[in-house]
Design a protein around this ligand. Sequence first.
Ligand SMILES: *[C@@H]1O[C@H](CO)[C@@H](O)[C@H](O)[C@H]1NC(C)=O
Ligand SMILES: *[C@@H]1O[C@H](CO)[C@@H](O)[C@H](O)[C@H]1NC(C)=O
Length: 307
Amino acid sequence: MHEMLLLLVLTIASGAFCQTSEDERSCLGNTVHNYFYGPEGQTINPNHNPVVSQQGKPGKVGPRGDRGFRGQKGTKGEPGQRDNTFRELERMQSELRALKERLETIFAPSSSCDHIQNKESSGTYLISPEPSKVQPFFVFCNFTAAETETVIEHDTMEEVAVPKCKARKCYRRKISYNVDMDQIVALINRSSHCRQYIKYRCRASLIFSGNNEDYASWVSRDGTQMHYWGGATSQRNDYCACGETGNCVDPSKKCNCDRNTAPETSDEGYLTDKDALPVTGLFFGDTDASDEFGWHTLGPLICTGRS
Ligand SMILES: *[C@@H]1O[C@H](CO)[C@@H](O)[C@H](O)[C@H]1NC(C)=O
Ligand SMILES: *[C@@H]1O[C@H](CO)[C@@H](O)[C@H](O)[C@H]1NC(C)=O
């Protein structure tokens, strides 16, 4: 049964996905002849997009009229249309090429999206960062980014409102990935950079408080609670991005949310520590009063480059 399926896929991959050209071409070991036949049975090179008809010649000058006035010159004919069939064929060819790429990754998965050779169409691909240690798994490959991104999503991709609760870290949200942790770690090992966006949108709700009595934290992949926020490049405890640059809404604080009053503000940025990523949990508190609110956002794990 499996052999049947494999044979079918191989047949499709070797036949239908070979690029057309005027010559015969070898695809996955099979020699195939790809010709397109025109209306009279002649071979047409599909790489040349013929102009089927050209712009018409201007009309003749009209005959001399009764009073000696000549008629006006005729207008030029409509330009000819390029034959859409060839455009359609080109489009189908490019779709088939993209499909072929994806099929090939199933038979010989790359280490990461960056290692995939033909980066034609972003989408879901099978990768295998450490074939001797972990099974291959599916990821999203973003080839439109300036640097190819390998993207792994989780179960909390939308912003979430923190429910009412008062104490430090009284709210906890577990983050689950649809890929095993050892597979994620294998990808991180093979990538030169990984990052994950984190944001706390707050209204009179503390994030850290600054007295080593933090209201919030994020949990590293080995279960450690971490006490710096996204964008705080020094990774010092109680720091958010604005604390590093000294431009928090209250300059005496290290986070915007630690002003702890309305109006709404936020702390956000990327976590980039490859040894700590991905985020596996979030803690918050200080949302109990009627005017206290918090919302958290966590982006997907994004890895780039090779190591
Ligand atoms: C791919 O990356 C680009 C550039 O970073 C980004 O704008 C786009 O949203 C990404 N696409 C997906 C589907 O993640
Ligand atoms: C990732 O790298 C670490 C450190 O080099 C190594 O101990 C670990 O086995 C690797 N894990 C995987 C799944 O490749």
